[in-house]
Design a protein around this ligand. Structure first.
Ligand code: NAP
Length: 249
């Protein structure tokens, strides 16, 4: 007699929670959601949950074997590039099928003043030419990783993140501890209060944090958009959870 199919969902995102809910409702499927454990009080998905890193690709491969995982859905954030690379390597090593869910990135609309850069370091490098010579103001909405790149910036920064970030941080900064989804009215109010010359964001895609782009467009605020890292070559990619599960199961 065969047991249930075990699907590992690499999560920490809206898509991860949606996948867990969908799989939990299916007969003959055991779903395990994995979260990095980086957020103090994460939103938990339905079903079984494990927290914390696996110990690199090697550790994940061991985990896949130990839990007899039959398929992996990588629904991590588009910028969780290390986890996705590890999933690709571990699944290739163990022969476990893998699909990566990548929500589409954002696209600019008329009136947007976007500056696309390849990395968070690139975002920091482009800021001096977008800021006034004195009293520059920057709103950083890239989460709490990578903020060290802005440590040397000669500007006042506002940092929005779910949990307090670790140093190094910009010399002059104010923390805005908050978690999306953010409404357009709330984003308008924030931009009117902070009055940034530049908003910095990752190209996360999705609806939960897109309103800031509309509010910035309305106010003519420059936006530095960090491009997503590429998905490892040869890995199957789906645009939605439904498409990902159809490919995988
Ligand atoms: P990352 O840089 O790609 O991964 C760093 C390490 O964290 C990985 O090597 C792995 O440790 C561990 N890890 C990451 N995601 C994991 C998961 N779902 N389950 C178990 N271990 C995980 O990842 P990150 O950018 O720090 O993101 C961490 C988590 O936050 C992810 O679940 C992601 O979906 C979520 N998230 C990230 C962002 C973002 O902007 N990066 C935004 C929203 C949510 P081991 O090598 O020890 O296995």
């Amino acid at each position: 007699m065969t047991g249930p199919r075990t699907v590992l969902v690499l999560g920490g995102t809206t898509e991860g929670r949606a996948a867990a809910a969908e799989l939990s409702a299916r007969a003959g499927v055991r779903v395990i959601s994995s979260l990095a454990g980086a957020v103090r009080s994460p939103r938990l998905p339905e079903g079984e949950v494990r927290l914390g890193g696996f110990g690199g690709a090697e550790g994940l491969a061991r985990y896949l074997r130990a839990e007899r995982v039959s398929a992996v859905l990588d629904a991590t954030h588009p910028f969780a590039a290390v986890m996705t690379a590890n999933a690709a390597a571990a699944c290739a090593r163990t022969g476990v099928p893998l699909v990566v869910v990548r929500r589409p990135g954002w696209t600019p609309a008329p009136g947007d003043r976007w500056h696309r850069v390849g990395s968070v370091a690139g975002a920091a490098a482009v800021l001096p030419r977008l800021l006034p010579a004195a009293d520059g103001r920057v709103l950083l909405t890239i989460g709490r990783g990578g903020l060290g790149a802005f440590a040397g910036i000669d500007a006042t920064c506002w940092i929005r993140a779910v949990d307090p970030p670790d140093p190094p941080l910009p010399r002059c900064h104010t923390l805005l501890l908050d978690r999306g989804p953010f409404t357009l009215d709330a984003e308008r109010e924030l931009l009117d209060r902070v009055r940034p010359h530049v908003l910095v964001t990752k190209d996360s895609g999705g609806d939960a944090t897109a309103a800031k782009l509309v509010a910035a467009r309305e106010r003519g605020i420059a936006v530095v958009v960090v491009d997503r890292p590429a998905v490892p070559a040869g890995v199957r990619v789906a645009g939605t959870v439904r498409e990902g599960l159809d490919l995988l199961l």
